[in-house]
Design a protein around this ligand. Structure first.
Ligand code: FES
Length: 109
């Protein structure tokens, strides 16, 4: 299934990239931009990022379950991943809103 229509990225490509990143460092906090950087891609419209966050959280939890990480540590990691990704998404949306306001102001002037 295609997750990112701008870059034509399949869900399976994202999953493989996340697993490879976790193999390098199982405790890193992964965000969509890091995943896309690993794939030599970049977010364009970034509309896929909420879905990529869901994939990151699911694949990270599955990875740690396979590696017998204690459930409490998995839960803690998932909470931190969710928080970090929520903060980044809020900042990205605020930046996009500000850019739209600036463009609108330029057009009105
Ligand atoms: S849908 Fe992924 S960057 Fe646009």
């Amino acid at each position: 299934m295609i997750v990112c229509h701008c870059n034509l990225i399949q869900e399976s490509e994202i999953e493989r990239t996340i697993v490879a990143m976790l193999d390098d460092d199982p405790w890193q906090l992964i965000v969509p931009l890091k995943v896309y950087h690993e794939m030599n891609k970049r977010g364009r419209c970034c509309g896929c990022f909420p879905n990529v966050v869901d994939i990151i959280i699911r694949v990270t939890a599955e990875y740690h379950k396979r590696n017998r990480t204690p459930p409490a540590q998995i839960e803690s990691l998932v909470v931190r991943l969710s928080e970090v990704n929520r903060e980044i998404e809020a900042a990205r949306r605020a930046g996009a809103r500000r850019a739209a306001e600036l463009r609108a102001g330029r057009r009105a002037a």
